[in-house]
Design a protein around this ligand. Sequence first.
Ligand SMILES: NC(=O)c1ccc[n+]([C@@H]2O[C@H](COP(=O)([O-])OP(=O)(O)OC[C@H]3O[C@@H](n4cnc5c(N)ncnc54)[C@H](O)[C@@H]3O)[C@@H](O)[C@H]2O)c1
Length: 307
Amino acid sequence: MRALVTGGAGFIGSTLVDRLLAEGHTVDVVDDLSTGSLSNLADARSSAAHQLTVHQMDIRTADVVDLITRRRPEVVFHLAAQADVRRSVADPVFDADVNLLGTLRVLEGARLARSGRVVFAASGGTLYGEPDPSELPLKESLPHRPLSPYGVSKKAAIDYLVAYRELHSLEFAALALANVYGPRQDPHGEAGVVTIFGDGEQTRDFVYVDDVVDAFVRAATKGGGLVCNIGTGHETSVNQLYRAMAGQAHTDAEPAFEPLRQGELLRSCLDPSRAGIQLGWAPWTELDAGTAAVLDFVGRRLADGGG
Ligand SMILES: NC(=O)c1ccc[n+]([C@@H]2O[C@H](COP(=O)([O-])OP(=O)(O)OC[C@H]3O[C@@H](n4cnc5c(N)ncnc54)[C@H](O)[C@@H]3O)[C@@H](O)[C@H]2O)c1
């Protein structure tokens, strides 16, 4: 398969690129390196250089339409985004610029290239708003009622995907991701656990990055025209996660507690049943195995002097 991955130098995108290359696919990466890094693609660039081309490019520019049209990918994995909820609240215009107009450029490229499908990284943590506890774990059939500009732009991108499918027969699959964690994650990202906002009893659905990448690969050929939740169906509190990781790291350091951030959900958890039926997908990485892999990665990076 000829694949193009926007956001391919980021946390999830680079893990997806590694998997696609390992399966023998040819991959174009489009990334402006704003939050991603070429260091995430170092292994890929040294071991599979002939299969991989990296284009440093902003998806908001018309150049991206030309590039996709020229490269003619069979599948476009669209992960490039302004992915910070708080930034979207502070600067909703920038959020919409990247997540709406940037997405439209990518869709125009895919349409003109006659790509078979776009697989989109949607946000299950924001799509359903603040849920009624009786609705947990959340199903895709619930109303989509995002409460942040980021959630709105991610939801609107799904609406565009639906419209492009109707208008131009461009197939799509939208993966509504839970809280993804794993090696290469920006330590200042949403899943940061050293500073805990609130009392730490808020829950999240933590899903391991390799499992998420597996869902992306499956969605390249299955689950057309659908939103599929990609989560574990289990709630884990931030305190539980901290205690598990502190135990594995043999530290008794206490986390710092700060006030709960505005707009932060108290509980979140996604029902992955549809992904099971439509994609044949299930999460298989237990939380302690995933956190051990994260600690191993951090340890190796510290040993390499990477900080
Ligand atoms: N990490 C999570 O828990 C999570 C949860 C739900 C959804 N998502 C979505 O998954 C996708 C990947 O997230 P991630 O956690 O890997 O974040 P990330 O920040 O590591 O990856 C995003 C990538 O997009 C690139 N990018 C940003 N703006 C760009 C632009 N204008 N042009 C080109 N490239 C641009 C960045 O440089 C980065 O490499 C995003 O769409 C995000 O919204 C992530």
